[in-house]
Design a protein around this ligand. Structure first.
Ligand code: ZN
Length: 255
């Protein structure tokens, strides 16, 4: 089983991505920030849109749904807890559910914190995870509707995925995230190596994702709140990881 992906930019700094099943021709858009770039991506690939998989209710992830659905009659899958705030939902899902895209299957992982009902779509066979605004490359989403504890628990669920899982997130924030991460772990060599790669990618006009769980575990301070050196770096040696996470998130909010 294999899937094809096609990544592109939407709005100011959102990512759009298509997941395509060559066996059946089914294609899912992960979120729908705006219709036009998704139409352009479909035209470029020749793929037919059958599904939209929504991670959370924010407008910069859902605004394109009505126009896409009108044109393609695609099926819209969304988190049950947020379905009332998302346009034109056909199927609602929660933790443990499976979503089919043709012959591909995504498992639903509830990852609340950024929003209260945020979900991640994990195609375990294809080693792909679409994490919306929960985990970013070297960062994480703002904790808007949940608590820091809730967000930390969600990040731990993602951290448990296999190291070679490719991570697609909702925004191109990697450069600013690295600048912040270096204030927490200035001597992290994995972070320094990642910074070099990202500098080259951005200079070439390339996206900085997908990243992987293995890479993020080494370099993303928000996945490292239970590392003793990270707790010490924010003055919380020996304190609970959720408290360390909350402090790192607070510092990022003010960075
Ligand atoms: Zn959001």
């Amino acid at each position: 089983m294999s899937a094809n992906t096609h990544l592109f930019s939407c709005l100011k700094d959102n990512f759009g991505v298509l997941v395509h099943d060559p066996a059946t021709g089914a294609t899912a858009a992960i979120d729908a920030p705006e219709a036009a770039p998704i139409e352009a991506a479909l035209a470029a690939t020749g793929w037919r849109l059958t599904d939209i998989l929504v991670t959370h209710h924010h407008g910069d992830h859902t605004a394109g749904i009505p126009e896409l659905k009108r044109r393609h009659r695609c099926r819209v899958t969304a988190p049950r807890a947020e379905a009332a705030r998302i346009p034109e939902v056909d199927v609602t899902v929660r933790e443990g559910d499976t979503v089919a895209v043709g012959s591909l299957a995504a498992r639903v992982i509830e990852t609340p914190g950024h929003t209260a009902g945020h979900i991640t779509y994990w195609f375990d066979q294809e080693k792909l995870a679409f994490v919306g605004d929960t985990l970013f490359s070297i960062g994480c989403g703002r904790v808007i509707e949940g608590t820091p504890e809730m967000m930390w628990t969600s990040l731990l669920k993602l951290r448990k995925l296999p190291d070679d899982t490719q991570i697609y997130c909702g925004h191109e924030y990697t450069d600013a995230n690295i600048r912040f991460a270096r204030t927490i772990e200035p001597n992290n060599s994995a972070l320094a190596a990642r910074a070099d790669v990202v500098t080259k990618q951005l200079a070439n006009g390339e996206p900085t994702i997908p990243t992987s769980i293995g890479e993020e575990k080494q370099a993303n301070p928000f996945l490292r709140a239970d590392v003793a050196a990270v707790a010490a770096a924010v003055g919380l040696a020996g304190q609970p990881a959720a408290d360390v996470f909350a402090e790192i998130r607070k510092r990022k909010n003010n960075f």
